[in-house]
Design a protein around this ligand. Structure first.
Ligand SMILES: *Cc1c(COP(=O)(O)O)cnc(C)c1O
Length: 466
């Protein structure tokens, strides 16, 4: 067996090779799923292999994996690679603490608490606020929904759900809201999907109508989800008007800012979540706009008593020293929990809040570059609006699904498609703040050249479709 130092040397070697490859070949040629086990040696066997063989196999695997840090990855709501954040995550792996107690995580507890404290301040929450780090945005939403349920019906934690409880979200929200409703015993049928306007924002009057109807019909409304950055269009629900309705009917208001809640860091764009301090809870994914490695999702609550009420359990085998404030397991979803705080802290510490603000602003700047380019070119149809980092469009009427799939199969660009109402379009996201304006224009040039080269394949059907 080799020394651990040999493994780390290999880490350095393979990483260097990967970074070079990301520049030369931004999109890796995909392996067809049905051929995967023929192309790569993924089998696990009774006998081990030599170190040299092992490093070789590992390198092959790495070199065939989709390159999410490259300048041509626009497929999802994350991308790029921040050095300081990656360093923080690697150190977290080295230390391998678990965040539940101060005894085991030591100063890392302080790291997480400082992040949460600063974020609460940016949201505008007061002294009673607190938060935690969840395993992703879906689970942050889940925690918010559970707290809302538990606050609405006293004793529901013990006796279970005994009535029809309803919750409200826009038709353009993330799918986790409906899934969570099933998971927490409320049921998918009790989710009311509220209509949105032509910008994809929830219409407050429709929300109020829906709540009133449910009350008349004997339901117990308890939760409203406002999305800050819808998954397809990047639209922002109007938090102020929604919060007034929530006060009127005594409902919990949550802001799902997984995608774009990070605008709280920007003086220029935080108006998009105006009145967010009125929400009972607020979540955002630092692994999206801020660019930390996956996953880093924060859930903040205006009143911390709800976190304790829904998530704390006594366990004498675990909580043996220090107060609740430093034993983070009392307010988290998991028991053993990896240190997702350090990567975020490293980035924040190194660039300051001002630096994070610049990251956010830069993404909107890149989106403006993309929208301007599209508006000036009549071969494109634009579907998205200002103040969104999702730039949705079609090119020469080519069906978006067909175009995106061809670009992927031919290893040109990684970009996905989305729907709004009847339309299907390419959803291009400027979430990678490592990109420059030039990289954004390059995306369009690669796309146009590709369509030109593949005219027969792509355009014939487009003509038929139109
Ligand atoms: C990405 C996203 C989520 C889910 O976050 P995960 O970390 O992928 O679970 C939830 N809501 C919105 C609006 C999102 O964009």
């Amino acid at each position: 067996m080799s020394m651990i130092q040999d493994d780390f040397n290999q880490f350095q070697r393979i990483s260097k090779k990967l970074i070079e490859a990301e520049i030369k070949e931004a999109v890796v040629a995909p392996i067809k799923a049905e051929k995967l086990y023929d192309v790569l040696d993924l089998s696990l066997e009774e006998e081990g292999i030599s170190d040299d063989q092992f490093y070789q196999v590992l390198e092959e695997l790495v070199m065939h994996t989709p390159r999410t840090a490259s300048k041509q990855f626009f497929n999802q709501l994350f991308g790029g690679r921040k050095g300081k954040a990656s360093l923080g995550d690697l150190i977290a792996v080295m230390l391998n603490n678990s965040m539940y107690t101060y005894k085991v995580a030591g100063p890392m507890v302080g790291v997480e608490k400082e992040i949460i404290h600063q974020v609460c301040r940016l949201i505008g929450y007061g002294k009673e606020s607190n938060g935690t780090i969840a395993p992703g945005g879906s689970m942050s939403n889940y925690m918010a929904m559970v707290m809302a349920r538990d606050q609405k019906v006293e004793d529901i934690r013990s006796s279970g759900v005994d009535r029809k409880m309803t919750l409200y979200t826009s038709i353009d929200c993330h799918y986790s809201i409906a899934k969570n409703s099933a998971l927490m015993g409320i049921g998918r049928d009790q989710v009311r999907f509220i209509e949105t306007d032509s910008y994809g924002c929830m219409i407050p009057e429709k929300l109020e109508e829906s709540i009133s109807k449910d009350l008349n019909d004997g339901f117990t409304p308890f939760f409203v989800n406002a999305t800050a950055g819808t998954t397809v269009l990047g639209a922002f629900d109007p938090i102020g008007p929604l919060s007034e309705i929530c006060s009127k009917f005594d409902l919990w208001l949550h802001v799902d800012g997984a995608y774009c809640g990070s605008v709280i860091f920007s003086n220029r764009y935080k108006f998009l979540v105006e009145s967010c301090e009125k929400a009972d809870s607020f979540s955002f994914n630092a692994h999206k706009m801020i660019g930390t490695p996956l996953t880093c999702s924060l859930i903040l609550v205006k009143d911390k008593k709800h976190l304790y009420n829904s998530f704390s359990n006594d366990a004498s085998y675990l909580y043996q020293t220090d107060g609740d404030d430093f034993n983070l397991g009392k307010t988290s979803l998991q028991c053993g929990r990896r240190n997702d705080a350090l990567k975020f802290w490293c980035l924040w510490k190194s660039m300051g809040t001002k630096g994070l603000s610049d990251l956010v602003d830069h993404q909107f700047y890149l989106a403006d570059i993309a929208r301007d380019y599209i508006k000036k070119n009549s071969d494109y149809t634009l579907y998205s609006f200002d103040n969104s980092i999702s730039v949705c469009f079609n090119y020469k009427n080519i069906p978006a699904q067909k175009l995106c799939t061809a670009l992927y199969e031919e290893a040109k660009l990684m970009v996905g498609f989305g729907h709004f109402r009847q339309e299907e379009f390419v959803r291009f996201v400027t979430i990678n703040s490592d990109n420059s304006a030039e990289d954004i224009l390059n995306f369009f040039h690669v796309l146009e050249q590709f369509v030109e080269d593949k005219q027969e394949l792509l355009l014939s059907e487009a003509l038929m479709d139109s």
